[in-house]
Design a protein around this ligand. Structure first.
Ligand code: NAD
Ligand code: DAU
Length: 352
């Protein structure tokens, strides 16, 4: 079996659902259930014996040691993190706690567990750390996309904390021989993304007739990847990646924020021809230290692991908008906090 951390969040829950469609290998899912963790994302596998949820913190060494002893995972995929740049600007402390100290504590316990495995299990064990392109800093318009060799130059408390965790993971391989893999991915979008991030925020606000806040001039560029493509890339790295290596993951799909917002407005208008959304676009004060451009050079994973994204931005954004249109109660529950009560009611027996 495998251990997934942060599997009730946006990418983690997509990963768990996608994994169980493709494989019968069981998952233990450890998640602290911060504001970003939502067990409703996993409602479709409620009662599935291949999935076991444990509420807890990656920084809780006793809990992690107990899980490892009990379940003997062959691999760990670490999604757990504080992930929102704006929140890291308002309050960096949680980012340091989870992304740096939490990853460190997790690595320490995993190192002990791995050290006790027999030779074959030791060789085959993997610790896959899920990271971000933001660790590489910001690109000027004419600069080449980030390769795995690009120097680390994180600019926000979030990206600095992720960079720090990447360095710890690297050091645990270099110093102790822990068989690690690191992935650095570009911006994801798709079902179950918390409506604090650009794409779901714009969809949700537009549907409610609220302003669509554009930071600064809206010309910042992000490189967008449909979340299931990211999940499949992680599976591929886990399956065939070379221990100790880093793999950049991206969709070769750079777009300025304002173009994304116009696209969302246009697609919503196809569904609601009598409504108009563009007039909701509102320019607001820029994010402090706002990175201008991210772009991922995904040649290494394409060449070495034969991975390519299946979705284009056009197909991915259409699916995403449809998902939000069809899951209005998910949106309401997230906005009102009702998803927390639902979790208490429905998962009381499934928490360890
Ligand atoms: P998210 O905020 O939606 O989910 C994070 C999950 O981690 C939540 O379920 C939360 O409850 C859990 N968590 C937080 N602190 C924890 C702790 N101390 N112990 C256990 N669980 C904890 O984030 P996401 O967008 O799904 O991102 C997942 C990972 O992917 C993160 O490591 C992030 O840095 C990385 N990443 C995200 C993107 C993106 O575009 N969203 C792109 C590249 C990489
Ligand atoms: O690049 C990968 C990263 O992408 C991940 O590591 C992070 O976890 C994830 O949150 C994301 O970070 P960004 O800061 O790029 O994502 P966000 O959705 O917050 O913002 C995307 C862009 O849109 C960014 O340039 C800021 C801008 N923006 C965002 C919001 C929420 C706006 O203009 N208005 C908004 O209201």
């Amino acid at each position: 079996m495998i251990l997934v951390t942060g599997g009730a969040g946006f990418i983690g829950s997509n990963f768990v659902l996608n994994w169980l469609v493709q494989s019968d290998e069981s998952i233990v899912n450890l998640d602290k259930l911060t504001y970003a963790g939502n067990l409703k994302n996993l409602a479709s596998i409620q009662g599935d014996s291949r999935h076991q949820f444990v509420q807890g913190d990656i920084g809780d060494a006793h809990l992690i040691a107990r899980i490892l002893k009990q379940h003997q995972p062959r691999a760990i995929i670490n999604f757990a993190a504080e992930s929102h740049v704006d929140r890291s600007i308002h309050g960096p402390e949680d980012f340091i706690q989870t992304n740096i100290l939490g990853t460190f504590r997790l690595l320490e316990v995993v190192r002990g567990y791995w050290g006790e495995l027999d030779a074959a299990e030791k060789r085959d064990f993997r610790f896959l750390h899920v990271s971000t392109d933001e660790v590489y800093g910001s690109l000027a318009r004419e600069e080449a996309a980030f390769t795995e060799q690009h120097r680390y130059q994180p600019n926000s408390p979030y990206s600095a904390s992720k960079a720090s965790s990447d360095h710890l993971v690297r050091a645990y391989h270099h110093t102790y021989g822990l068989p690690v893999l690191t992935t650095n991915c570009s911006n994801n979008y798709g079902p179950f993304q918390f409506p604090e991030k650009l794409i779901p925020l714009m969809i949700v606000n537009a549907l409610e007739g609220k302003p669509l806040p554009v930071y600064g001039d809206g010309q910042q560029i992000r490189d967008w990847l449909y979340v299931i493509d990211h999940c499949n890339a992680i599976c591929r790295v886990l399956e065939a990646g070379t221990v100790g290596e880093v793999y950049n993951i991206g969709g070769w799909n750079e777009k300025p924020n304002i173009e994304i917002i116009h696209k969302i407005c246009g697609l919503l208008q196809e569904t609601y021809p009598d409504s108009s959304f563009q007039h909701l676009i509102t320019y607001v004060t820029d994010r402090p230290g706002h990175d201008r451009r991210y772009a991922i050079d995904a040649s290494k994973i394409e060449r070495e692991l034969n991975w390519k994204p299946a979705d284009t931005f056009d197909s991915g954004i259409r699916k995403t908008i449809q998902w939000y249109l069809q899951h209005r109660s998910w949106i309401t529950d997230v906005q009102t906090g009702a998803y927390r009560e639902w979790m208490e009611k429905n998962y009381a027996g499934e928490r360890s």
